[in-house]
Design a protein around this ligand. Sequence first.
Ligand SMILES: [Zn+2]
Length: 105
Amino acid sequence: MKWIRKVFSLYDMKTIRKEMILLLGNKEMDAREISSAVGVGEKEVYTHLSHIARSVKHQRKKLIIKPSVCLGCGYVFEKRKRFTRPSRCPICKSEHIRSPMYRIG
Ligand SMILES: [Zn+2]
């Protein structure tokens, strides 16, 4: 029985990623929007995003990330390499931070 479950989850992963690639090809979305659109948790969205970033390269496309912005002072987290939202601004210490937005183009 174990292998059957494995096959299914692999299938699900592929389906979810395909769906995400389609969605992000049409519009810019943040992790929360993606999470509710494809029905997986936000944490899982980030895992899929890092795979997608690699896989779309084969189609000569790329995952474009619009960096997080501090809503307190306007600081842009441009050098951030991780996909997740930073928790606090290094300049003004505000925790009101706009999530990064993703798109495929
Ligand atoms: Zn700030």
